[in-house]
Design a protein. Structure first.
Length: 529
């Protein structure tokens, strides 16, 4: 277990339950964390300057709750407010090892350039509410902070701290949350309600675990460019965003900043990842943790969790090649929890056979790792692409045997095989969702185009995404230089963010993608192996 680097935050080491909301002067609003001398603990998002946005936030953010700006008002020194800020985390593709990873085998997974973005707007002291505004899934719900079940979450036998490793949900805490989920998406059909309730559950569990009755009111607005139910780790990226935002709000994260020692960055990633995993437990039931791990740290990793009471082994793959991948969505939605349960049922009924398939998948991942780790490895050669491609094809065969493919996934594979231009496998939980195709280096562009046309005609969706991007990032305050004329940069307020049209609009407004224009986004960088 990584030792907490800053356990004495806010001087409440002896009794961290009593850690209260940040108290600092108005002049110091660029929170979360210039090193504050109050307790000798450096928690810093320095190098991220405060902006004019900070001083205007109170009235404007309350605006989000429907009040006009009152320019002449003087602020009370006792009502400090953090500026609006954003966090973002990527989706992922699993190249090898999905499902087997749930049983302690290794998986090779990489972050993708599709991402979730979460805008956190802190409300003034008088607003004692938290609102989830999750546009992609049509969830909008507000809770009164003072009526949430703090007593049980804060009781000494239950209280968990920001540095704790939580590997299962506490049934009593789960039960305490239930009454607060009853009003969520009331009146909708059960299947549509479930999506919203799952996300709300995940948020409340994290908010009640990490926050306190003194937590400030806030609006959490989420938009994602990752399709849901597609096997691309949408839920994990949402959980990473929530975890990072809540940990930032309670000022328990150092950085990110460009010259941060990599071990310190790793500690922050680990801290975010642990709570993101708890969020995933709320949504998926029995996740391996690979999705949130890739989303939190980014790039490509080999992941293994043999003992669920301990942190997983995560090995970065800095030499993972930029593979020519086609990412195709069946648009057949499914639930990860259901697909994971299917394999569980197969294993219970045919333990020896299922075990040997899982072991064989482990061998596939090991073979890929050996190839990539070899000093002479060059990911662009025909030979290495054919090696990886063959492993992709074999891995898919095993996933079919486990019963997690789908006729629409098989149709994609069939079309690619007919065109003879690459190797295909499902990625993620299967049962629908996405397939990845590694294109042969000699695939003729016109044949690829013809295949893409056929896929489109049959209702499949193609995604443009690159592999191996950054993990969780922070934009503090939520101000970007977007090439606009606004002095000091463009403030990302709630309305602008909500009104951004589709994935392109989101990328254009707040995307981390165009690094040269988006240097205000900062990332914790994982330590290379
Ligand atoms: N963009 C989003 N906004 C809010 N909640 C989301 C979003 N995406 C996913 N979720 C939550 O996660 C749940 C599971 O999502 P989904 O089945 O799409 O999993 P996934 O993470 O995309 O798939 P996989 O785990 O196979 O990669 C949803 O029911 C919803 O509660
Ligand atoms: C199917 C699975 O292996 C991958 C989902 O993206 C489930 C998990 O690892 O939690």
């Amino acid at each position: 277990m990584t030792k907490p680097a800053t356990p004495q935050l806010n001087g409440n080491a002896a009794n961290p339950t009593r850690r209260t909301v940040a108290r600092f002067s108005d002049a110091d609003q660029s929170l979360p964390s210039r090193s504050r001398p109050t307790n000798g603990t450096a928690v810093d998002i320095d190098s991220q300057e405060s902006s004019d946005g900070a001083s205007s936030t109170e009235s404007e953010q309350v605006n989000g709750a429907g009040k006009p700006k009152r320019p002449g008002m003087t602020r009370k020194a006792s009502s400090p407010m953090a500026p609006a800020f954003m966090v973002s985390a990527p989706g992922k593709v699993i190249v090898f090892g999905e499902h087997a990873v749930v049983y302690g085998k290794a998986a090779l997974a990489a972050a993708i350039s599709l991402r979730s973005y979460l805008l956190v707007t802190t409300l003034s002291k008088s607003h004692r509410t938290v609102t989830l505004n999750f546009r992609d899934i049509g969830l909008s719900h507000t809770w009164d902070i003072d009526t949430l079940p703090w007593d049980i979450f804060q009781s000494p036998s239950k209280k968990k701290f920001y540095y704790d490793l939580v590997t299962s949900l506490d049934p009593e805490l789960v039960e305490a949350i239930q009454p607060h989920l009853q009003g969520v998406a009331k009146g909708l059909p059960e299947d549509q309600r479930k999506t919203r309730v799952n996300s709300a559950f995940s948020f409340l569990y994290l908010f009640l675990s990490l926050g306190s009755p003194q937590s400030p009111g806030a609006i959490y607005t989420l938009r994602s460019t990752i399709p849901t139910s597609a096997g691309l780790g949408s839920s994990a990226s949402v959980c990473v965003c929530l975890s990072a935002a809540l940990l930032l709000q309670i000022r328990t994260l150092a950085g990110p900043h460009p010259d941060q020692p990599s071990e310190e960055a790793e500690t922050q990633i680990e801290r975010i990842n642990r709570w993101a995993f708890v969020g995933e437990l709320c949504i998926h039931g029995n996740p391996s943790g690979v999705d949130n791990t890739v989303s939190a740290g980014g790039k490509a990793v080999i992941y293994r969790r043999s003992d669920y009471s301990k942190p997983p082994t995560v090995v970065s793959l800095p030499t993972f090649p930029v593979l020519p991948l086609l990412l195709v969505d069946t648009r057949q939605s499914r639930s990860t929890a259901t697909e994971v349960a299917k394999v569980g049922a197969l294993k219970a009924r045919h333990p020896a056979v299922t075990q040997s398939i899982l072991d064989a998948i482990d061998q596939i991942t090991a073979s890929a790792q050996q190839l990539i780790d070899a000093p002479e490895f060059d990911g662009s050669t025909d030979e290495s692409l054919a090696h990886i491609g063959t492993l992709i094809r074999i891995n898919h065969g095993f996933l079919v045997s486990l019963g997690v493919s789908h006729p629409r996934l098989e149709r994609i594979r069939e079309l690619v095989d007919y065109a003879d231009i690459g190797w295909t496998k499902l990625t993620g939980a299967g049962g629908g969702g996405c397939a990845i195709t590694l294109l042969r280096p000699d695939a003729k562009p016109e044949v690829v185009r013809d295949l893409e046309r056929k896929l489109a005609n049959e209702g499949f969706n193609k995604y443009e995404s690159t592999l191996g991007g950054d993990g969780v990032g922070v934009l503090w305050p939520a101000v970007l230089r977007n090439g606009s004329d606004e002095e000091g940069g463009e403030e990302i307020d709630q309305q602008k963010f909500e009104n951004a049209e589709g994935p392109e609009g989101i990328e254009r407004l707040v995307g981390v993608g165009l690094q040269e224009r988006r240097e205000s986004w900062k990332f914790w960088k994982r330590v290379p192996a």
